[in-house]
Ligand binder design. Structure first.
Ligand code: OSB
Ligand code: MG
Length: 375
């Protein structure tokens, strides 16, 4: 396909409620959207980098710079981009910056699905008509407040509750939640808040029958997680540590984890997400789709990805209304009473972008030129 234009925007979107993790609080999102036009069609991509480089080394600002100055011109200059799967080769010279790369690659997959007149889910190889949903609940100011939120999310149908945790917000919280709801699917996510010297403490988590403990140790580690896993009955799930298929293979081989969280931005886009999914599937390791407080654009990509066969555990992909008063897509993402999102059977992502809202929320905008046009 011929790339006619690439427009990058930054949108400011306030969250419905603040989201607190062990590394900080997010109140307002600064979201980058890529809009790629090709032969009468428009593909959309969203950058999942955070406002500050706390989850990964990337941030909204680093991604903006790398897309405008490097990746965008590389893509605009390439003669033919037939597939989303061609993007990793086009971006090969740029090291890291996976969230920036995924922004553009995922928009090309969206275009490809529209051109082929298939849903993005089917283009990726998805086999499901609906996906199982869980919620990720941030650290709250008190346990009663958290219990109230859990009650509401369970009533809405969500199949799994994930609790953000850190030293001081862990066993007492799990105890109170388990006492009230002995049978629910419950997990926790530490975002690297512990060290191996906390192993004795982490072993006490086993009493709460958690589905998994996500990324307890260093963000870039496999080895110490493998040492910790030997001591825990609770499966470890890796998030931050997994950037590509080789990381997935290393962590599985070393038994650093028994479950993998796949995030599109963290692994650099759909091509690598599928590669991680397949590597895990071949080795009997279940995966699920993580979230990064996305707008409807990124959310629709997560929904399509979650339809692949080995996404057998409920993900962190949930309804638009949990994040936004007004989402930028139409219809909103909604969750049915069984705690599932139904996958739209429409060419492309299956949700329209509300251009009026996008324009209203845009605080900067840049049209990206090919290298040939710059010189
Ligand atoms: O570790 O999964 C994480 C949000 C921001 C950064 C990291 C994480 C998260 C979440 C939120 O858990 C998931 C969601 O989008 O609801
Ligand atoms: Mg996580």
């Amino acid at each position: 396909m011929r790339i006619d234009s690439i427009v990058l925007r930054e949108l400011h979107m306030p969250l419905v409620r603040p989201f607190e993790t062990s590394f900080g609080v997010t109140r307002d999102r600064r979201i980058l959207l890529a809009e790629i036009r090709s032969e009468g069609l428009t593909g959309w991509g969203e950058c999942t980098a955070g406002e500050r480089p706390f989850f990964s080394g990337e941030s909204t600002d680093t991604a903006w710079q790398v897309i405008v100055n490097e990746l965008g011109p590389m893509l605009a200059s390439s003669e033919q981009v037939e597939h989303g799967g061609s993007c990793p080769r086009i971006f090969k010279q740029v090291r890291g910056n996976r969230m920036a790369k995924a922004t553009l690659e995922n928009a090309i997959w969206d275009l490809e699905a529209q051109r082929e007149a298939v849903s993005l889910s089917r283009l990726l190889g998805g086999v499901r008509d609906s996906i199982a949903c869980g919620v990720s609940l941030g650290i709250q100011s008190s346990i009663p407040e958290l219990l109230g939120i859990i009650e509401k999310e369970l009533a809405a149908g969500y199949q799994r509750i994930k609790l953000k945790c850190k030293p001081g917000w862990d066993v007492e919280v799990f105890e109170r939640v388990r006492n009230r709801w002995p049978g629910i699917m419950l997990s926790c996510d530490a975002n690297s808040a512990y060290r191996l010297r906390d192993a004795d403490h982490l072993v006490t988590f086993d009493a709460f029958d958690l589905l998994m403990i996500e990324q307890p140790l260093w963000h870039d580690d496999f080895y110490y997680h493998s040492m910790l896993q030997k001591r825990l009955n609770t499966p470890i799930c890796l998030d931050e540590s997994i950037h590509n298929r080789r990381d997935a293979l290393a962590s599985i081989e070393m038994e650093s984890c028994k479950i993998i969280n796949i995030k599109l931005g963290r692994v650099g886009g759909f091509s690598e997400a599928i590669a991680v999914h397949n590597a895990a599937q071949e080795r009997g390791i279940p995966v699920w789709c993580g979230g990064m407080l996305e707008s409807g654009v990124g959310r629709s990509h997560n929904i399509a990805l979650s339809s692949l066969e080995n996404f057998t555990l409920p993900g962190d992909v949930s309804a638009s209304a949990r994040y936004w008063v007004d989402d930028i897509i139409e219809p909103d993402v909604t969750v049915n009473s069984q705690g599932e999102i139904e996958i739209p059977d429409i060419p492309g992502r299956g949700y329209e972008v509300r251009m009026d809202m996008v324009e209203r929320l845009t605080v900067r905008k840049e049209t990206i030129r090919s290298f040939a046009m710059v010189v």
